[in-house]
Design a protein around this ligand. Sequence first.
Ligand code: PEP
Ligand code: MN
Length: 368
Amino acid sequence: MVVTNNPIGSPHNTMNIHGVQRPFLISGPCSAESQDQVLETAVALKEKGVHLLRAGIWKPRTRPDAFEGMGIEALEWLVQARAETGIPVATEVANKEHVEACLKAGIDVLWIGARTTVSPFAVQEIADALKGTSLPIMVKNPMHADLPLWMGAIERVQKATNGPVWAIHRGFSRYGQQEYRNAPMWEIAIALQMAKPELKIICDPSHIAGRPDLLEPVAQKAMDLGMHGLMIESHCRPSEALSDADQQITPTEFGALLQRLAIRDIHRGPQDSASLDALRLQMDSIDEQVIELLQARMTLAREIGQYKKSHGMTILQMSRWKEVFETRGDWAKAAGLGPEFIATYLEQVHKESIRVQNEEMTQKNIDK
Ligand code: PEP
Ligand code: MN
């Protein structure tokens, strides 16, 4: 990696991620909140061997009253932190004004956030503003599970710039409270890697997990899948963070997490076994999602059990079961799934639904 200690405002470095031994490490706060916070975090992260310091300056927030970042003045804090620590710096850009301000300030690496990747107009505007530059650009996956949209954003940037483009896998949003803040859907990242074998993919366990205790298994999985790097949010005082307080960890915790990770050499075997591995990994991920969906279905069955109980209804309603059986049979047939297979599956699911509804009804009786 080429890392120079840039004076404030000088042109960006050219980082060479290819030369860095896995994992390429990106860390720093979700948002730059004050000069001291950025500096304190950066100094602590330097000890942990971080290759790139991250901090959001402009925060795309879901709700209007949330903290929206400190804006342009915070760019100086990043540049200052780089001057003190020698760690190159990165921030998120969402429009051409952001790009221009970052280029002027000499920011080393930029990334396009998940809410921006969904919009080809916004991505194209950013790509146009980057025309002819050579700083690395990282493209996060879009909010929703759309591989071609992610690839399209990467390609728009690749066409415009002379520098490297990396992908960041940060998981996919979906409705309802789930184990992960954003579903990893590893098979999408794997499919991206298969479509673009040269592309470096960095995993962002923070936005996938949404909570500290899940960071490590997600980071480990990313390493086991051969991803090139990790982007993990860290803050010197996570509980005081103005954004994403629930998922940030201290630089010390970040260091400890890294120590525990097993980084295996991803020696890909002959072409055939590599693609067999990739197919199996996709299958693992799909099974994981099937199980999560079944869990969500059983949670609904429990709610239905409570409803039936409070309305004095029986668990088994033959007309509803008949309808479920017939419609699912038709859907399965249209999807090319064998009728016997789907019938067995439906019977098992129905049996389990009855069991949990029954449990719901009897258990509540004991409580009362
Ligand atoms: C972030 O990195 O803080 C961020 C806003 O991420 P995402 O675009 O993945 O939501
Ligand atoms: Mn964040």
